[in-house]
Design a protein around this ligand. Structure first.
Ligand SMILES: [Zn+2]
Ligand SMILES: [Zn+2]
Length: 326
């Protein structure tokens, strides 16, 4: 294993817990299916659960953007959406719980869904810990201070227990953190937003959210093209279905098919789609995932018949708790 990626928050825009009504309806449907399949015994329960895609039971998750990227010796966190709260609890079991931890958080940009979890990230309150924050944008420290500003949050920035250190990432220039090299490239998103290319142990991971990916050809991408080349796993913005995207031009988000097209042309081996629309139910996301698979199968079939040279891609719609290795 070169790198491990764990998804702690995969929703865009706003935390989106599943409502009790939706859970009740889903639970009823699953019980009906259990009986319809002829299962009767307690021992059948695990067999039934294991036969279903995990998202049919637990959904894709409601926490906003937070992705953990790790090598054997270095851990990086991309964004501090509400998904960073449970990650914080996990870190408390290690050095962070004893005030001896070093945490590295890379910010793609400062929209709320990427920042809202930071005041609930427990390691930040423990003296002795050091929280390193990285961003391309030069106003990083000012933004973080604002997050802890009264009356929006009761603990002021000056009283945070941990030591905070701010680091500027130079656009399109590699920075080494531990044994992982990270290079930021600009995405197509307001305010603006930066994607990250991570390299370690001969493998490449690219984090491409939030982006509308309006620039899709090599010529249009220009200096930002390396974000999409020689990539083993790409994390890509799939907030909308392709039909919704038509109505949401300039909203700064893409659809899975946009990322797939890019991957099939550039030879990106695998994609995890992320930043799911908060108004989309888990069932709706699963439906879009199924449509995306139909589109992919059709594209690859056509490519084979007409010798278009499209590359095969392995892909999934990421759910909270999913871990991928590369
Ligand atoms: Zn976002
Ligand atoms: Zn955004």
């Amino acid at each position: 294993m070169a790198m491990r990626v764990t998804f702690w928050g995969v929703r865009g825009s706003l935390p989106s817990p599943v409502t009790p009504d939706v859970l009740t309806t889903r639970f009823r449907g699953l019980l009906h299916e259990f009986v319809a399949r002829g299962y009767r015994e307690v021992a059948d329960v695990d067999r039934f659960i294991q036969s279903l895609p995990p998202q049919r039971i637990g959904g894709y998750g409601g926490n906003t953007m937070c992705v953990e990227v790790s090598s054997d010796t270095q851990q990086l966190i991309v964004d501090a959406g509400s998904g960073i709260r449970p990650l914080g609890y996990e870190l408390l079991r290690g050095l962070c719980g004893r005030g001896m931890g070093s945490v590295h958080i890379l910010m793609t940009h400062f929209h709320w869904d990427h920042l809202i979890g930071l005041p609930f990230f427990t390691p930040i309150f423990i003296p002795g810990n050091t929280i390193h924050l990285y961003a391309v944008e030069t106003n990083l420290e000012e933004v973080i201070r604002t997050v802890f500003h009264k009356p929006n949050f009761p603990v002021p920035f000056e009283r945070l227990g941990a030591k905070l250190e701010f680091h500027r990432l130079a656009p399109r220039q590699p920075t080494t953190i531990g044994d992982i090299v990270v290079t930021p490239y600009q995405l197509d998103h307001p305010d603006p937003c930066w994607g990250f290319r991570f390299e370690h142990g001969g493998k490449v991971l690219s984090h491409c959210a939030d982006t509308e990916c309006k620039r899709a050809t090599r010529e249009q991408l220009g200096l930002d093209l390396p974000l999409y080349q020689g990539v083993d796993l790409m994390i890509f913005d799939a907030q909308y279905s392709i039909h919704e995207l038509v109505e949401k031009v300039d909203w700064g988000h893409a659809a899975a098919m946009i990322g797939l097209d890019l991957a099939m042309h550039e030879g990106i081996k695998r994609i995890a789609f992320i930043h799911h629309e908060p108004a989309s139910s888990d069932e709706r996301i699963a439906e879009v995932e199924a449509h995306t698979r139909q589109y992919y199968d059709w594209q690859i079939q056509t490519s084979r018949e007409k010798h278009l040279g499209l590359h095969e891609v392995d892909f999934c719609f990421a759910r909270e708790g999913l871990t991928l290795t590369l």
